[in-house]
Design a protein around this ligand. Sequence first.
Ligand SMILES: [Zn+2]
Length: 141
Amino acid sequence: MAGESKPTTKVPEIRSGDIVVILHGKDAGKRGKVDRVIHGTGVAKTAGRWRGESGRALSVVIAGVNIAKRHTKPRQTMSQNSQTQIQQGGIVDKPMPIDASNVMVVCPRCDRVTRVKHERLGSGQSVRVCSHCREQLEAGA
Ligand SMILES: [Zn+2]
């Protein structure tokens, strides 16, 4: 392959709605649908690792994966009008963000883990395609 090779980003391009497979961690091998993509700045502190403002941190929240069981205690909170409210305790399942470099996109068509490629349409629009079957990965396309 000749020609200029554009430097590709190390982090796969993931969008909400994509099906991904988890590569590392306790949920390795699991699949899930991306619920939310969190970009570097503004990452919730709960994301754990904080790469700083210069990093291209990208995390994804995947439904049903990397669940943190949050034990919440019943507690009283004071609302604005000085009424006490009881918050029920219990266990809350909360999907935690996963570093995007730990997941790979699964092609919904050929069902294989794929590298996301970009292809330019005649209109000049760039779309994400599966590197295996070349099917567009755009959700709802
Ligand atoms: Zn495919």
